[in-house]
Write a protein that binds this ligand. Structure first.
Ligand code: SF4
Length: 676
């Protein structure tokens, strides 16, 4: 795998040539080099040593050619591992390059806003919480909020979103600027998918600084972050947000604001009588959105607010200090507080303009948006949100990826049934456009140390007779966990399944001396409790299917009651299928055939990826042993046309003999008991 990464970085796909450019020439400056796009999809199974396989060539390339490489991951555990462990270890051997960890703006505390909040009594009820936070901040100068051990919800208003850079009198102690400067000068920068997505949205390099190569790890999660970055949302809360910013600017509410406010209120009153789901606006609602858009434009004009060119760029000159500062440099129309609020208004108006445009015309040149009315909730209340999400995100993100030119997309699960097409589309590529798409298989001895158990007589899910389904499969689960003496995950595809199985299994597990748990706290806490509890059976939903590492005999059985097909109520997925079918019809296919094909093109692919993730929890090291039990006979033989395809995602040898499985599990259970 390291060789494949190296080939992308070196551009060695044309007769394995060595790099075509001397080190001192920036490839971004050469149009002929920019035309060469090297995008590889490299799937590295557990145990392949994926992070070293890309870090070693990345370091060597950065050192040799003085290049900049960005590495993006989804989870902070992997970011921490790369930044705190892998990079320092490898750099000690491979030579020095500067490296940094950078997160999105909202992850850092802003000293200016903290002082402002304390002085003004803003967030009044939370004032007592500022003192311990300040003490922590003094010891943690980067102000990385993820590292604060307490509750940070009171800090919502004091992150660096409104930063005005050199106008700030707290700049000398600003952790965010320190981190950002360090990252801008580093040759290897570790970022999260959320920051990468926003950076790509603006062409790549605006937030992180220009880079020569990009490695996206945990890449199966990246499309969600891409979609989030390109999604737009309108809620009634926009009124209060504008009011707060006007207040901070010290500006009284102009009549244009009143008109905007009334129109937005009227729109959401109207929406409150509409059923959440796909949004088909009535003529009245369209007219209200049009009015709100023109009032917003008028309001921006009277306030003299300039739209930002791009996030992370310095604010336009005219947005600050247009007038003579008053005595306190932080106050008044020339002051920092005014400038910060005005900058935020600029960002808000820009977002509003995009949102109104897409709500009124969801089909753009690059993609089509799904507009949906959704109910959002917090612990205290619920509210309506009008959301516009790109149905296909690939066309939006691929221009930036092409511009970067050297991109490695990797994960333990980016193929489905051994094919990369589904995930490549999410990044805006066809498999033909990839210079390489390879699976690097694990060296683990799946054949000798594990089994895939599918009971061929498993009772199928029946909407009309759910009780029978749950009863029969709870009995199957109970037989397995009893034999293994726990040490088992039960991975459910829906809340309904989890509740029904839990209720059926709980009394039986209690009677058998097994400890049945469901996810209730953080995933780390749940897994830690599972590891230290003899005879534990942990049931969970999506977050237990991936990213959870329990090596050794502590986890010896993974039960998947049902093939994890996506939920039919997923509006976005339905829209993606509809769009794909429409394209096929345009190309001459019969509508019924085109619709039929979408199940294989989407549902089966997604199920294959989830299945591989769930089953992947079992074997985490060479010494691991155990059974993956999928209690769904649609996976067996050629029961369905997708059975064999799905089984290709599971490397464990198939076994259908219940007694043999129970015997194997009993041995593992006894061993686990003896080793404590
Ligand atoms: S420089 Fe920006 S982020 Fe830093 S303290 Fe000042 S306003 Fe806040």
């Amino acid at each position: 795998m390291a060789k494949s990464v190296q080939r992308v970085l070196e551009g060695g796909f044309e007769g394995n040539e060595t790099p075509q450019l001397p080190a001192e020439i920036d490839p971004l400056a050469l149009p002929e080099e920019r035309k060469k796009v090297y995008v590889s999809f490299l799937e590295g199974a557990t145990g392949v040593g994926k992070s070293y396989a890309y870090l070693i060539p990345a370091i060597e390339w950065a050192v040799k050619y003085k290049k900049r490489v960005v590495i993006a991951t989804a989870q902070k555990t992997l970011q921490g591992q790369i930044f705190e462990k892998d990079l320092p270890t490898l750099l000690a051997k491979l030579g020095h390059v500067s490296y940094a960890l950078l997160k999105g703006k909202s992850n850092y505390a802003c000293h200016y806003r903290i002082r402002e909040a304390e002085n003004e009594g803003e967030n009044h009820v939370h004032l007592p919480m500022y003192q311990p936070f300040r003490e922590w901040l003094n010891k943690h100068p980067t102000g990385d909020l993820e590292a604060f051990p307490g509750d940070i919800t009171f800090l919502n208003q004091v992150n660096v979103e409104e930063c005005v850079w050199e106008k700030c009198d707290q700049m000398h102690k600003c952790g965010y600027l320190g981190v950002k400067t360090k990252a801008a000068n580093a040759q290897i920068v570790v970022v999260n998918h959320a920051l990468l997505a926003i950076d790509l949205q603006f062409g790549g390099g605006k937030l992180i600084g220009p880079y020569d190569a990009l490695i996206i790890d945990e890449a199966h999660k990246a499309p969600k972050f891409f979609r989030d970055a390109y999604s737009l949302k309108l809620t009634l809360g926009v009124n209060n947000r504008i009011e707060r910013l006007l207040d901070r600017m010290g500006v009284s509410q102009p009549p244009e604001y009143q008109k905007f406010r009334e129109t937005i209120s009227e729109l959401f009153t109207d929406l409150s009588t509409t059923n959440p789901g796909d949004f088909q606006p009535s003529p009245e609602q369209i007219s209200l959105i049009q009015s709100a858009a023109s009032h917003a434009q008028e309001l921006r004009r009277v306030l003299g607010v300039t739209l930002p060119a791009a996030p992370g760029e310095e604010i336009p000159e005219e947005a600050v200090a247009e007038e003579v500062p008053e005595e306190d440099p932080n106050e008044g129309r020339g002051g920092l507080k005014y400038a910060m609020a005005k900058k935020s208004l600029g960002d808000l108006f820009a977002k509003l303009e995009d949102t109104f445009n897409v709500l009124l015309c969801p089909v753009t040149e690059q993609t089509e948006y799904l507009v949906a009315l959704e109910e959002e909730r917090s612990s205290m209340r619920s509210w309506l949100a009008l959301k516009a999400m790109p149905i296909e995100v690939g066309p939006l993100v691929s221009p930036a990826l092409r511009n970067i030119g050297k991109v490695v997309v990797t994960s333990a699960t980016i193929s489905a049934g051994g094919e990369f097409g589904f995930m490549a589309t999410e990044f805006g590529f066809t498999t033909k456009q990839l210079v390489e798409a390879t699976q690097f298989h694990s060296s683990f001895d799946y054949k000798g140390r594990s089994a895939l158990y599918i009971p061929p007589d498993a009772v199928e899910y029946d909407y009309n007779n759910r009780d029978n389904y749950y009863k029969a499969n709870a009995a199957e689960i109970m037989g397995l966990v009893k034999a293994s003496f726990g040490g088992a995950f039960v991975l459910c595809a829906s809340r309904q399944d989890l509740d029904a199985f839990y209720n059926a299994l709980k009394p039986q597990c209690d009677a058998a001396g097994l400890v049945l748990m469901t996810q209730g706290r953080s995933i780390e806490q749940d897994v830690a409790a599972f590891k230290r509890t003899p005879g534990a059976v942990l049931m969970g939903l999506h977050s237990l299917w991936e990213g959870v590492d329990v090596p050794g005999l502590a986890l010896r059985l993974v039960i998947i009651p049902r093939i994890p097909f996506p939920n039919k109520s997923d509006n976005l997925l339905q829209a993606r299928k509809r769009l794909a079918a429409e394209r096929m019809v345009e190309m001459g296919m019969k509508e019924s055939e085109a619709n039929f094909r979408q199940f294989t093109a989407f549902d089966v692919q997604i199920a294959a990826i989830h299945l591989a993730q769930g089953a992947g929890r079992l074997i985490r090291s060479e010494a691991d042993l155990g059974v993956v039990a999928v209690l769904d006979k649609r996976l067996y033989g050629s029961t369905k046309n997708y059975s064999a395809f799905l089984r290709r995602s599971l490397p464990h040898p198939l076994i259908t003999d219940r007694n043999a499985v129970l015997g194997f599990l009993a041995k593992l259970g006894a061993k686990a008991k003896n080793t404590g």
